[in-house]
Design a protein around this ligand. Structure first.
Ligand code: FPP
Length: 266
């Protein structure tokens, strides 16, 4: 039977849509292999909600979140990600109930002890960014010890503790002001590189991809300077539930992004 004009149009349209769809998928797949973030940063959100859904105390959510951190390290290792930054405790988090704060501090200390051998074996450098002097002394000394032990390694795990982007910029401003006071820098010499050089981890490249779990669409004072051209990926999955398939979905989304850094396509 002869096709009517409408059917012919529809058949041609569908074929061209399918071709576009497959060529897009093809390029996405090859991009995924090629376009990989060097630095992933994560806002690990949703521990409290995860616990609440199960009728558990909030700390149980943080404990489960800590297990996700272990898994995440393996995902990043397998995917060849060089830098992973985790937002574990913000300067604002000190205002949480004392029991939650001390529970989190103990959890972090436990994490260091439990994972020390693994970090050494897998050659991962641990660095803590933030106002470390705010942390309990025992935690500070554990951090300093492991930072020293791992400092020669290339792959890096950065943990943001007592961290906020505004505090980091304030601390950078103080360091720069000191240099002006001692005469080693003139105000007119300050440029973007001066600010970057005075951040907590100046040698680490800005994050290419920032993942936020639990569906909230905000930056929450995280890496405010460094996120200027980061790609954002928000998933509704709560951090303790975050699995390899969610990590893969974030990498695929990243590979499909068109990063122009304020320029235009060549
Ligand atoms: C945000 O969820 C999460 C935190 C403030 C703590 C994150 C800490 C961990 C995952 C524990 C261990 C970390 C390391 C690096 C070992 P939330 O409590 O605000 O959750 P909610 O929004 O559902 O209440």
């Amino acid at each position: 039977m002869l096709l009517g004009l409408k059917e012919v149009f529809f058949a041609v349209y569908t074929r061209s849509r399918m071709r576009n769809l497959f060529s897009f998928m093809g390029s996405k797949e090859s991009d995924a292999a090629v376009r990989k973030p060097a630095h992933i940063a994560v806002i690990m959100d949703g521990n409290g909600r995860w616990a609440k859904k199960r009728g558990l105390p909030r700390l149980a959510g943080h404990r489960a979140g800590s297990e996700t951190v272990r898994r995440m390290l393996a995902y990043c290792r397998d995917a060849g990600i060089k830098y992973l930054t985790l937002y574990a405790f913000s300067t604002e988090n000190w205002s949480r109930p004392a029991s939650e704060v001390s529970g989190l501090m103990q959890l972090l200390e436990g994490f260091i002890k439990t994972n020390e051998a693994e970090l050494l074996e897998k050659q991962v450098r641990l660095r803590v960014i933030g106002r470390k002097h705010d942390l309990p002394e025992k935690l500070q000394s554990e951090i300093a010890r492991l930072e020293k032990e791992t400092e020669a390694f290339d792959r890096q795990l950065l943990v943001a503790l007592s961290y906020s982007g505004r505090a980091e910029l304030t601390d950078a401003a103080r360091k720069i002001a000191e240099r002006i006071r001692d005469g080693s820098l003139r105000p007119e010499e300050i440029d973007e590189a001066t600010i970057s050089a005075n951040l907590y981890a100046p040698d680490v490249p800005d994050p290419d991809l920032i993942i936020r779990t639990s569906g909230e669409m905000r930056i929450s004072n995280f890496l405010l300077w460094e996120c200027a051209y980061s790609e954002f990926y928000v998933t509704p999955v709560l951090w303790p539930d975050f699995q390899e398939q969610d990590f893969r979905a974030a990498l695929d989304a990243y590979a499909a992004r068109d990063r122009r850094f304020g320029g235009v396509k060549a």
